[in-house]
Design a protein around this ligand. Structure first.
Ligand code: HEC
Length: 110
C-alpha cells in the first residue's frame, strides 16, 4: 500500500490504511474484487448507483434507488438491514470512525 499501517494518524478523520486493514479482515472474504461471485465488486463504488455491478443482487438493493455517495455508504455500512431491509449484505459497522476509514478506503478502489 505504500502507507504506514497502524496508528500513524490516530486523529485523522479518515484513515485509508486503517480502512484497508479492516476491509481485508471483514469484507474481503466476500468482496474479493475481481470475482463478483459471493458479493459485488466494489471497484469504483463511491459515486456509482447501488446494485449496478452486474451481481445477482437482492430485490431490496435493486429497488433501493440509492447512489453510493459517501454519506449513503456511511449509513448503509452502519446498518445495511435497516437502510435496505431484505439486503443480503449482513455486515454492520456501528463505529463511525471505522466507517469513515472504510469509506475512505473504498474511494481508492478503481
Ligand atoms: C458475508 C459476505 C459479505 C461480507 C463479509 C461483506 N459483504 Fe458487502 N455485500 C455482500 C452482498 C451479498 C452484497 C449484495 C447485497 C444485496 O444484493 O442485497 C453486498 C453489498 C455491498 C455493498 C453495495 C454494493 C453495490 O454494488 O451496490 C457495499 C458498499 C458493501 N457490500 C460493502 C461491504 C463492506 C465495506 C464490508 C466489510 C465491512 C462488506 N461489504 C462485507 C456480502 C458481504
Amino acid at each position: 500500500m505504500g502507507l504506514v499501517l497502524g496508528a500513524a494518524a490516530p486523529s485523522a478523520a479518515q484513515d485509508v490504511a486503517a480502512g484497508a486493514a479492516d476491509f481485508s479482515q471483514r469484507c474481503h472474504i466476500c468482496h474479493t474484487g475481481e470475482l463478483n461471485s459471493a458479493a459485488p465488486n466494489l471497484a469504483g463504488v463511491v459515486g456509482r448507483k447501488a446494485a449496478s455491478a452486474g451481481f445477482n443482487y437482492s430485490a431490496a438493493l435493486t429497488a433501493s434507488g440509492l447512489t453510493w455517495s459517501r454519506p449513503a455508504l456511511d449509513a448503509f455500512l452502519a446498518d445495511p438491514m435497516k437502510m435496505t431491509p431484505g439486503t443480503r449484505m449482513l455486515i454492520s459497522t456501528p463505529d463511525p470512525k471505522r466507517r469513515a476509514d472504510l469509506v475512505a478506503y473504498l474511494a481508492t478502489l478503481r
